[in-house]
Design a protein. Structure first.
Length: 254
């Protein structure tokens, strides 16, 4: 067996180990592949991905930087390095890498979503919306892109636009729990407490152990005068370990 075929087999083994969460074994395989073929960009990229999963952001950045040194046009390596920089709270550095990734390849929706999320964190909501819109143009079946755009619109108090995007996300994925929660919170903010309760009900059908949702539904119930319903929700949240649920019961239900 020649070296190249052997390396490909080792990379395949590493990938399978990574899927099974055997990250130590995956890193060993990727490192072995690098020993055999020191300029294999994929091997560094895959090892960087595992280091990222292990929260070793500095190690991941080193591997992604090596990928870029080998192949300066490897767009996904810039995207991946940007993600690792975000892990180290280097948001400006992350934006630079996302920009470079997009310069190299304008057809990867994931990169626009990642840059949009970073812009949202930096309160550049309009820039974030532009990125999520571009991601939707590339893949109109991506529920997460609609959800993230809705969140950015929500931050700009464009509640109509936000609800429309939350609705589109749920039309694609009716079990997208975060969308129900975000839409429910928006409805609470605009005084549509009944609508908020309906969304929290749906979210709890998907995950009945989420304490935050019980707290939010309790707030909506309290706002319409259903103090007993609020007390029941907050009591459940307290059982699940929520740190302010007991305070809410004392403040509103005593």
């Amino acid at each position: 067996m020649d070296v190249q075929n052997n390396v490909e087999d080792i990379l395949k083994n590493g990938y399978e180990k990574a899927l099974k969460k055997d990250f130590t074994g995956a890193i060993e395989d990727y490192s072995k592949a690098i020993e055999l073929e020191p300029n294999n960009a994929n091997a560094y990229n895959y090892r960087g991905n595992v280091k990222y999963e292990l929260l070793d952001y500095e190690g991941a950045i080193q591997d992604y930087s090596r990928v870029i040194a080998i192949d300066p046009k490897y767009a996904k390596a810039y995207n991946n390095r940007a993600n690792a920089k975000k892990g180290l709270s280097d948001l400006s550095g992350a934006i630079e890498d996302y920009d470079k990734a997009i310069e190299l390849d304008q057809a990867i929706a994931e990169i626009y979503i990642n840059r949009g999320i970073t812009r949202n964190t930096l309160t550049d909501y309009r820039g974030a919306i532009e990125d999520f819109t571009k991601a939707i143009e590339i893949n109109s079946a991506d529920a997460n892109a609609f959800y993230k755009r809705g969140m950015a619109e929500d931050c700009l108090e464009d509640y109509k636009g936000a609800v429309e995007d939350y609705n589109k996300a749920l039309a694609i994925d009716q079990n997208f729990i975060d969308v129900y929660v975000s839409r429910g919170l928006l409805k609470n903010r605009v005084g549509n407490f009944i609508g908020g309760i309906e969304d929290f009900d749906k979210a709890l059908e998907i995950d009945s152990e989420d304490a935050d949702i019980y707290v939010n539904r309790g707030m909506a119930k309290c706002s319409i005068g259903d103090n007993e319903g609020a007390r029941i929700d907050w009591s459940k949240a307290s059982e699940l370990g929520h740190h302010i649920a007991d305070h809410l019961i004392k403040q509103f239900c005593s």
